[in-house]
Write a protein that binds this ligand. Structure first.
Ligand SMILES: Nc1ncnc2c1ncn2[C@@H]1O[C@H](COP(=O)(O)OP(=O)(O)O)[C@@H](O)[C@H]1O
Ligand SMILES: [Mg+2]
Length: 251
């Protein structure tokens, strides 16, 4: 079973039709890249998966979105649970103006009232180890997170998600503020994380999509034009539009 599936998914911002009949299927423990020109609906699609678009006025969504086979627009959907299960990392790392420690345990405190100190410390260590920050930061846990480097901040934001035990990590251009070395290290981290998580990454960086993803979806003007194994998309795309885009011929 797919981890996330959409069927005839449509989304409007007021009168503007931003997603058009999107049928897609995202496999568990895989990295799927969503590529396409600016404004084609990549971020919008990503935000559907944990219903973040609900927070925007005038949004209307139709069609089917299943996470673990469950309709996330169904009447009994628990949004807190959904957003815990499907976490998101953004373009600009956005740690809270709190200590490194507080950044990690913040979500866990929100999601459970009676958690013990030992359990918190365990989560803290596990989360920071998962993003390879533990050795670097274990003696600085009370320092402000805003003092970290951009790369450390982005790793911390990923650790903050991991602390609430998600299944799916949505990453919206997570390396766009990072230099090539830091980008390569985050990509390495993604490969590591996919053993335990399902990752969907939006990227405008074609090389990144080719390097890091198992599957790739190409979007254009709100439509998912082509979806398949990354190797196939980059070597033998079926669609002329996909080919033009990945070879840089897109107008
Ligand atoms: N909150 C919003 N209100 C109205 N239109 C929006 C909103 N967010 C995005 N859009 C429009 O929807 C389209 C898709 O946007 P987006 O998903 O951000 O594209 P991408 O991430 O591929 O650059 C764009 O035309 C954008 O202007
Ligand atoms: Mg975007």
């Amino acid at each position: 079973m797919a981890k996330i599936e959409t069927g005839k998914l449509n989304l409007w911002y007021g009168p503007f039709h931003a997603l058009k009949d999107v049928d897609s299927s995202f496999g568990a423990n895989r990295i799927t890249a969503i590529i396409g020109p600016s404004g084609c609906g990549k971020s919008t699609l990503l935000r559907v998966f944990n219903r973040m678009n609900d927070l925007i006025d005038g949004v209307r969504t139709t069609g089917k979105v299943l996470v673990d086979g469950e309709d996330i627009f169904g009447p009994n959907e628990d949004l807190v649970k959904l957003r815990k299960k499907v976490g998101m990392v953004f373009q600009r790392p956005n740690p809270f103006p709190l200590s490194i420690y507080e950044n990690i345990v913040f979500g866990e405190r929100i999601h459970s009232d009676s958690i013990k100190r030992d359990a918190i410390d365990e989560i803290l260590e596990h989360s920071l180890k998962s993003v390879l920050l533990w050795d670097e930061l274990k003696d600085k846990l009370n320092e402000p997170a805003l003092r970290l480097s951009l790369e450390q901040k982005q790793r911390l934001c990923i650790a903050r998600l991991i602390a609430v035990k998600p299944d799916v990590l949505l990453m919206d251009e997570p390396c766009s503020t990072l230099d090539p070395q830091a980008t390569a290290r985050i990509e390495e981290l993604m490969r590591e994380l996919k053993h335990n998580y399902t990752i969907i990454i939006v990227t405008h960086n074609m090389q990144q999509a080719a390097r890091v993803s198992d599957d790739t979806g190409f979007m254009l003007l709100g439509e998912l034009i082509e979806f398949g194994k990354t190797e196939q998309i980059f070597t033998a795309p079926h669609d002329k539009g996909t080919e033009d885009y990945i070879t840089g011929r897109y107008g």
